[in-house]
Design a protein around this ligand. Structure first.
Ligand code: HEC
Length: 261
């Protein structure tokens, strides 16, 4: 009986963690059951199509979309979470087909360091996380959410179960084929041929992380000072001239990143 309750607990724990990270992907997760079965031909065609007509910037916009939750688990540059591996330079040493497979079928090839373990202690506690170290005496488990490590004495371990990856299946089930192709194109350019992160991609990711209205830097002085002969006068010292024109000009120059959204 205890064992049954424990296994139920384990499942609940894993579900809770996944839920916390992918709360916004519930629609996508609903479709997980209908996720496409593994298909090697699809891997090859999606990979090839991503290179012939995928768009990396559109892919970056998708990646940073809160509904897909990719960025809540993965870092790109200085933004994103650390539940999953940092993807800033993922294409440097990963093949195109690996990228397609990791996105469509995350459970197929999980790296051992990203397996979630659930450990039942003799006192009835369940600790869930990544195993980051093991000695004769203890096991070190890292909580994926907080990054905190817990050491459990081996003598206190009653049972341990390896789960799967925290990356939810079927995240891309809600995407159209074109969107999947864009997402894969985006991933396939990250660090390819040792390239640094492109400024456009960095901007898309940074913007998605901004909360509240976008801000911009501006000066108080008029754009054409001749039109405002008294602008240097003391009574005008706190006045900001041409704010809306400066704002419009600033965002007009940025538009190349947002037009495609
Ligand atoms: C709940 C957290 C979570 C979410 C959400 C998530 N991932 Fe992951 N992802 C992981 C973990 C954990 C791994 C490592 C598991 C493994 O080795 O397969 C991983 C692995 C990957 C890999 C393979 C990395 C490698 O080193 O080979 C890619 C690519 C990837 N994810 C892309 C995405 C994309 C694109 C999205 C959004 C559609 C996404 N992930 C959403 C947690 C997540």
């Amino acid at each position: 009986m205890i064992r049954i309750i424990y296994h139920l607990n384990v499942v609940l724990c894993i579900l809770q963690i996944s839920h916390a990270f992918a709360q916004q992907s519930i629609v996508a997760l609903d479709k997980a059951a209908k996720a496409t079965p593994y298909d090697a031909e699809l891997v090859a065609t999606l990979g090839a199509d991503s290179q012939s007509h995928g768009d990396a910037i559109r892919g970056a916009v998708l990646f940073s979309n809160a509904r897909l939750a990719c960025l809540s688990c993965h870092k790109i540059g200085s933004h994103g979470g650390s539940v999953g591996p940092d993807l800033t330079a993922i294409a440097k040493d990963r093949s195109l087909s690996h990228l397609v497979e990791s996105v469509l079928w995350p459970r197929r090839d999980v790296k051992p360091e990203y397996l979630t373990w659930s450990i039942l202690t003799t006192s009835g506690r369940v600790v869930t996380g990544y195993k980051v170290g093991e000695t004769d005496r203890g096991i070190m488990v890292r909580d994926p959410a907080s990054g905190k490590d817990i050491v459990i004495d081996k003598e206190d371990v009653d049972d341990e179960v390896a789960g799967s990856t925290l990356m939810p299946d079927g995240l891309t089930a809600a995407l159209s084929r074109e969107q999947s192709i864009d997402l894969i194109r985006f991933l396939s350019e990250l660090g390819r041929d040792g390239q640094p992160l492109s400024a456009d991609v960095e901007q898309v990711i940074a913007r998605s992380q901004m909360h509240g209205p976008a801000t911009f830097e501006f000066t108080a002085v008029p754009i054409t000072p001749q039109r405002w002969p008294n602008s240097q006068h003391r009574v005008n010292r706190d006045r900001v001239y041409d704010f809306y024109t400066k704002q419009a000009e600033h965002f007009r120059l940025q538009q190349h990143c947002c037009r495609r959204q």
